[in-house]
Each structure stands twice: as C-alpha cells, then as structure tokens.
Design a protein around this ligand. Structure first.
Ligand SMILES: Nc1ncnc2c1ncn2[C@@H]1O[C@H](COP(=O)(O)OP(=O)(O)O)[C@@H](O)[C@H]1O
Ligand SMILES: [Mg+2]
Length: 229
C-alpha cells in the first residue's frame, strides 16, 4: 500500500537520507530502528509530507504522493504521531479528541469510543486536563487521536521513548490491539517491542537502510538486530 523508492532527503544542503526504500503491505506493522540521529524522524516526515525528497518516489495506494504537502497527505488517510508527545495540555482529554474529530466531521462520541476501544481506562480521564496525564497516557491519547477519521496508515515516532517499563506494556497492549486493523510504520529503539510486534524491521544508520528483516526469527533476535545499529 505504501512504496518508497530510493528517496534522498536534505535539510538545506545537508543530505540526511540516502537512497531509502521501503515496502509496506496492507495491515502490516513495520518498524524502523536505529540510533539517535540515524534519520528515522526525517524519514517519517518525508512520508507525511513535511520534507520534500530531492530524488525518489513515494507511492500510496497507487497514487504518487512525492512532494505533496502534509495536509494533502493527511486527506489521503496518512496520520503522523510526532515524537514530541505534545497534547493540548490546558484542554481536557475530550476536548483534545474534539479538535481531531471536527475537521474530519467525525462524531465526538465515535472519537471517544475509538480511544476507549484501545484503552478503556481513558474513560476516567475524559474530563481531566490532558496536561495532567502521565507520559504513557498522553502517548495513548495521541495514538487514539490519530485514529479519528479512520486513517489507512499511521506513522508513529518513538511511542515508548522515555517511558517506564510498566507503561511500555500499556503501549504494547494498545499497539497489539490495533495490529491488523490499520497499517503502521513505527519508529522504535526498544528492540523488545520490535520483536514482539513487528512484521518487518528496517534498520537505519547514518541516513541509510543497512538491514531489512522480515523473517520472524530474525526480528525476535535482539542480539542480531543490535549488531546492525
Ligand atoms: N531541522 C533540522 N535541520 C537540520 N538538520 C536536522 C534537522 N532535524 C534533524 N537534522 C539532522 O538530520 C539527521 C537525522 O535526524 P533525525 O531524522 O531526527 O534522526 P532520528 O530520528 O533517527 O534521531 C541528524 O544528523 C540531525 O542532526
Ligand atoms: Mg527521531
């Protein structure tokens, strides 16, 4: 459903992505792993339309989306959950969902149901300020918010970054509940998470894909993946 072919991407004159290719089949969960600075975020931003590739093509559902602006990419059903975990802190959880539901004309009740279907505990927090949520709950709110309007592809940037082990389990639950229902590309440095959920993993280093694994035994072999980082 998504096919990235040989893209190069730069910030000004500094080229940071070199000849990147990726294939995603419908319903699959693909991970991108790699150390800080490898270019993972830049890659997701390129798919979401925030960066324009210098070369190469990005095709989504048989449509060439290379260089389309983010709002057009979003209209095609691609949602990007940023790495910064920023919510509207002074608004309630429900209001955060309303802001996502309004532009896509989804009912707020549907948006609330979607979040509750992946994380029932959110019911208790609906009327609380989003700023009062824990890091993990905020991440779940952001993922839930991205589900509003029935996206076809979710791009999630480091969902477990900075979270305690127990909270990582909550995120794992949420992602495994969504698995198969929506296609996902997830940037993740925690190789246990990658091993538990991944259908395929791409390892990035210095702006290049240095390894691609789609064999389950390779994906679950943390030590092996680690060597490519
Ligand atoms: N806004 C920017 N301007 C210039 N260089 C950037 C910018 N954002 C990231 N970079 C550089 O691009 C490279 C890849 O960064 P990034 O995609 O954020 O990596 P990752 O997400 O894997 O940590 C790094 O060398 C980083 O310093
Ligand atoms: Mg990043």
């Amino acid at each position: 459903m998504l096919s990235v072919k040989n893209i190069d991407v730069a910030y000004g004159r500094a080229k940071v992505l070199h000849d990147i290719s990726l294939e995603l089949e419908p319903g699959r969960m693909v991970f991108i792993a790699g150390r800080n600075g490898a270019g993972k975020t830049t890659f997701l931003k390129s798919i979401a339309g925030f960066m324009k590739p210098l070369a190469g093509t990005i095709t989504f559902l048989n449509k060439n989306i290379t260089g389309l602006p983010p709002e057009k990419v979003a209209l095609l059903g691609i949602r990007y959950v940023f790495q910064d975990k920023r919510v509207f802190s002074n608004l309630t959880v429900r209001e955060n969902l309303e802001l996502a539901a309004y532009p896509v004309k989804e009912k707020i009740s549907t948006a609330v149901e979607k979040v509750m279907s992946i994380y029932p505990k959110m019911e208790k927090f609906l009327n609380l300020r989003a700023g009062s949520l824990s890091g993990g709950q905020r991440q779940i709110l952001l993922i839930g918010r991205a589900l509003v309007g029935d996206p076809k592809l979710l791009l999630i940037d480091e969902p477990t970054e900075g979270l305690a082990a127990g909270t990582i389990n909550d995120i794992l639950n949420v992602l495994s509940m969504m698995k198969g229902k929506v296609s996902m590309i997830i940037v993740e440095q925690n190789l246990s998470v990658v091993g538990m959920l991944g259908d395929k993993v791409y390892i990035m280093r210095e702006g290049k894909i240095v390894q691609e694994c789609s064999d389950k035994t390779d994906i679950t072999d943390k030590a092996k993946l680690e060597k490519f980082l």
